[in-house]
Design a protein around this ligand. Structure first.
Ligand SMILES: Cc1ncc(COP(=O)(O)O)c(C=O)c1O
Length: 410
């Protein structure tokens, strides 16, 4: 076995350079140019053809009836909560292991994020903990499909129904995922997606809200469009709302890439299953459990559990060594359980909540499984899962090499 790249040896996964993301193709450039020439730069509704076609295609692929394209995946969460009836002072349940936007969107609508622990095996919201956190003020739950591995919707949906909660699926990581054959984002009342630059379908910025419910669809469409009906050019505004529209060039870029999305989702699923299975054989690395109900994992990143003692070095050393071997997108996920973010310290939160609403004491909160996942997760990015499996094999070679030479890291 050659010397580790972190000690100036040759890289095991140099070939991963070819997997840089996002990948622009000539047809994407042509689509954006055409949208520019056709004057689809923006618009206030369905005269903006690429956006409308994309909304329809993306919703249909995920088995939802309606899609509303918006500016990003944070406002898509805010719109879902608002349109779903969450009011200032309500409580919204949210897992503590996710990107900050899942919880900050709750605060943006004046509601209180109530952090719920995750399942120790899957890192997804735990339905038992969810139900235990319900109070008379609880109005909604955001089920995050973390990494694209989905929350246990067989348990989350009945728990939410027993308490008449709105269910928003945060699918920012789960483009293409499916639960028992049904697309992510079509199981709850709303599915919220992001097309930010690192995601598995991208437009620099962008988002979409999916729903099956016509009345909710109409509400979100009005809220996206400063209170105007879709396609209506006149100055008639039926509600007071913000402008959360997606631009036309982003719609064109998404529509063009979407023609290859279905194949990419299958590749991510197939190569992801293979790679996590192989990595699981390396002492110190273990995968989230295989779950037959997760019929397709679109995958934003694979989430592994790193056991420093069994592997033989710290997580930080492992990540640095993997990066040196050429695996650019390997990381520790989000830095901490969200209730440890300075944004949610009582002094920072209080001015954003309605007067009289008690501010949760997050500094004393301890959610053991979330703390464990924050301390031990290792994430591996989706671009390496595309294609015939060559990228996944290179990631595996790098991990095996680092394990074999782990003594050199101590
Ligand atoms: C889980 C999760 N939710 C929401 C978002 C917000 O999406 P955006 O960056 O498009 O606002 C992200 C973005 O990274 C995310 O990872």
């Amino acid at each position: 076995m050659s010397k580790l790249a972190i000690h100036s040896g040759p890289q095991a996964a140099e070939g991963l350079r070819e997997f840089a993301w996002p990948k622009l193709r000539p047809e994407d450039e042509a689509a954006v140019l055409k949208a520019l020439r056709d004057n689809y730069w923006g618009g206030i509704g369905d005269e903006n053809l690429p956006n409308t076609l994309f909304e329809k295609g993306f919703a249909e692929y995920h088995d939802a009836r309606y899609g509303v394209a918006v500016a990003n995946g944070t406002v898509s969460l805010e719109l879902s909560l608002r349109a779903g009836g969450v009011r200032p002072g309500d409580e919204v349940l949210v897992p503590a292991i996710t990107f900050v936007a899942t919880a900050s969107a709750i605060v943006s609508v004046g509601a209180v994020p109530v952090f719920v622990d995750v399942d120790p095996r899957t890192a997804q919201i735990d339905a038992v903990a969810l139900e235990a956190a319900v109070t008379p003020r609880t109005r909604a739950v955001i089920a995050v499909h973390y990494g694209g591995y989905m929350a246990d919707m067989d348990a989350v949906l009945p728990a939410a129904m027993r308490h008449h909660l709105l269910v928003v699926e945060d699918c920012a990581h789960a483009q293409g995922s499916a639960w028992r054959g049904k697309g992510a984002g079509s199981l709850g009342h709303f599915g919220s997606f992001s097309f930010q630059h690192s995601k598995s379908l991208v437009a620099g910025e962008g988002g979409i809200v999916l729903t099956d419910d016509e009345a909710l669809f109409e509400k979100v469409a009005l809220m996206r469009n400063i209170g105007r009906r879709t396609g209506q050019a006149s100055y008639d505004h039926y509600i007071s709302a913000s402008n959360c529209r997606m631009g036309g060039l982003q719609g064109a870029l998404l529509l063009s890439q979407f023609s290859r999305f279905s194949q990419q989702a299958e590749e991510r699923h197939r190569n992801g299953l293979w790679l996590e299975g192989e990595l699981d054989n390396i002492p110190g690395l273990s995968r989230q459990p295989a779950d037959e109900r997760l019929t397709r994992r679109g995958c934003y990143f694979l989430v592994l559990n790193f056991d420093a003692e069994a592997f033989g070095c710290s997580r930080d050393r492992f990540i640095s060594a993997m990066q040196a071997e050429g695996v650019g997108w390997v990381g520790a996920g989000y830095a901490r359980p969200l209730y440890r973010e300075p944004a949610f310290l009582p002094d920072n939160l209080k001015p954003l909540l309605p007067p009289g609403i008690p501010v949760p004491d997050y500094p004393s909160l301890r959610l053991p499984h979330s703390e464990k996942w924050a301390a031990c997760q290792v994430t591996i990015g989706h671009p390496y899962l595309l294609g015939d499996g060559a990228g996944a094999r290179l990631v595996l070679e790098a991990a095996r090499k680092v394990k074999e030479c782990v003594k050199d890291l101590q």
